[in-house]
Ligand binder design. Structure first.
Ligand SMILES: Cc1cc2nc3c(=O)[nH]c(=O)nc-3n(C[C@H](O)[C@H](O)[C@H](O)COP(=O)(O)OP(=O)(O)OC[C@H]3O[C@@H](n4cnc5c(N)ncnc54)[C@H](O)[C@@H]3O)c2cc1C
Length: 461
């Protein structure tokens, strides 16, 4: 519990409404999407960069841990408080500071909702490309901290690839500006790339200058059904080795299709469908049909059952129905989803999918896999009952074996969800000792007292 003198200090700094320690507020900010929680000592709502600087300096005087928070939609415990911590919720820092279409950039505070950035860009025929599935409510500060990505990233790259510059406050209260406003920049060490994906452990991001690109004139979608995982993975390889880069290349495995059938959302999928690819092309209206033709050629091969095309908004929405129903559909299998967000070099996706299938059988755990196939990024969901200790132990063994398989394929623990508190136990398996030491040295430089998001990202020494 927070010392009342410190709470008064915080309230004097921010105002009573922006520094809260009432039970209701603490409970509201006790967790993210991870099915765990921990009450913070207080929740702070800074309204400006200056507020953030003042909070960090106060936290340094009193040695208080600080946990940054966007919308709390992360699923690895990144924004989950730790005992005795103060949550800094950026939801009130939600201004678009500057929209500069002539220079194709936007300057935003961290609390701006991701889709709102794309909506503003659209008013000038531009686009903010990263499109996480949570875009309607997650905030750009959380996206930057996690290097969030989405379907479009196979063509356009993840959040990191769309950052020109950042303003931030380090763990010891220093104010830094990294990067700039230009698409070419060779002056400084690239600290903005370091801060993106640092999960609130190095600095608190208070402003971001983001790159915008021309919005495509036209989009078309293909829903492609296959008789098995192997046929779909072979098609992914063919697509990724020909010149037309799709603007989405999403995969659903056999178990995902079964879940969708059970849920009643598989209307239109031909009998025998065991795997589905969702493929999109975008660009100039005159060029999209050419792209679609090339993609269809690459998608055609052994095991293909059907290709459905959508060129209008209504048809495209129809084709996505099965995929969009998936997160509800899997809940029928078991109440708890242990979500691994592993990634492998794209040509090894088939090996990963096979390994997942074999592990599910060996450990007796239902696994539903889907994800961003074009990036080799698979969401492997182990469906379990939290109150069944024996099943949970099997799931843990399965999870360990999955990580071994992924690392053996030259892959990584996380493609987009990050490490947080939930995956840091595995980080030492992927990174060698000297790399980890270097990362700890970097953390020490930015945050000498270790106040920013302790117990996240880095494994214990
Ligand atoms: C239904 C659903 C779909 C999803 N789909 C995707 C997807 O397609 N792609 C994807 O990448 N993720 C996805 N996610 C995960 C999640 O939405 C992303 O990780 C997102 O970037 C988190 O944003 P947030 O605002 O909710 O951040 P939070 O969860 O609040 O925080 C995430 C991390 O960012 C840190 N942080 C927040 N703000 C700041 C700041 N200003 N400075 C420094 N650190 C900060 C926090 O400390 C924490 O470590 C999904 C989640 C859900 C629930």
């Amino acid at each position: 519990m927070l010392n009342t003198a410190i709470l008064s200090e915080l309230q004097a700094l921010l105002g009573v409404e922006r520094a809260r320690a009432d039970a209701e507020t603490l409970a509201l900010y006790a967790s993210d999407e991870t099915p765990k929680s921990c009450l913070p000592d207080a929740v702070l709502f800074p309204a400006s960069h200056a507020d953030v600087v003042a909070i960090v300096r106060l936290a340094n005087r009193h040695r208080l841990a600080l946990v940054a928070r966007g919308a709390g939609s992360g699923n690895v415990g990144g924004a989950m408080p730790v005992t005795g911590s103060l949550v800094i919720s950026f939801e009130c820092m939600n201004r678009v500071v500057e929209f500069d279409p002539a220079n194709r950039l936007v300057v935003v505070e961290p609390g701006v909702v991701t889709d709102d950035i794309d909506a503003i860009a659209a008013t000038a025929g531009l686009m903010y490309a990263p499109d996480p599935g949570s875009g309607a409510y997650c905030r750009i500060g959380g996206n930057l901290a996690m290097n969030a990505a989405g379907p479009r990233c196979v063509k356009y790259g993840a959040t990191r690839d769309h950052v020109l510059g950042l303003r931030a406050v380090t763990g010891d209260g220093r104010e830094i500006r990294v990067g700039g406003r230009t698409t070419k920049y060779a002056t400084a060490y690239d600290l903005s790339r370091l801060l993106v994906g640092s999960e609130g452990t190095l600095a608190l991001i208070t402003e971001a200058t983001l790159k915008l690109i021309p919005a495509p004139e036209s989009i078309a979608t293909l829903r492609v059904c296959y008789a098995g995982n192997a046929a779909a993975c072979a098609a992914v390889s063919r697509v990724m080795t020909q010149p037309v880069v799709p603007s989405a290349l999403e995969f659903m495995d056999r178990h995902a299709i079964e879940a969708i059938r059970e849920y009643g959302a598989a209307e239109g999928l031909p009998a025998g469908t065991q795997a589905v690819l969702m493929v999109e092309a975008d660009g100039a209206a005159a060029d999209v049909p050419r792209q679609i033709a090339a993609l269809k050629t690459a998608l055609t091969g052994e095991g293909l059952l059907e290709i459905q095309s959508g060129f209008t908004a209504a048809d495209i929405a129809d084709l996505w129905i099965a995929r969009k129903s998936l997160s509800h559909a899997v809940k029928k299998i078991a109440p708890l989803k242990i979500n691994e967000d592993v990634v492998v070099p794209v040509a090894r996706l088939a090996n990963l999918v096979n390994a997942v299938d074999a592990l599910g059988k060996r450990h007796g755990v239902p696994i539903v896999s889907f994800g961003h196939a074009g990036n080799g990024n698979l969401h492997v969901n182990l469906m379990v009952h939290a109150d069944d200790a024996e099943e949970m132990a099997r799931a843990q063994a399965c999870r360990d074996a999955l990580i071994e398989a992924v690392l053996g394929l030259g892959g990584s623990l996380s493609g987009e969800h990050g490490i947080g508190s939930e995956k840091r136990g595995y980080v030492g398996r992927e990174l060698d000792a000297s790399t980890l030491t270097m990362m700890r040295d970097v953390k020490q430089l930015f945050d000498p007292l270790g106040l920013l998001n302790p117990g996240k990202k880095l494994p214990d020494a």
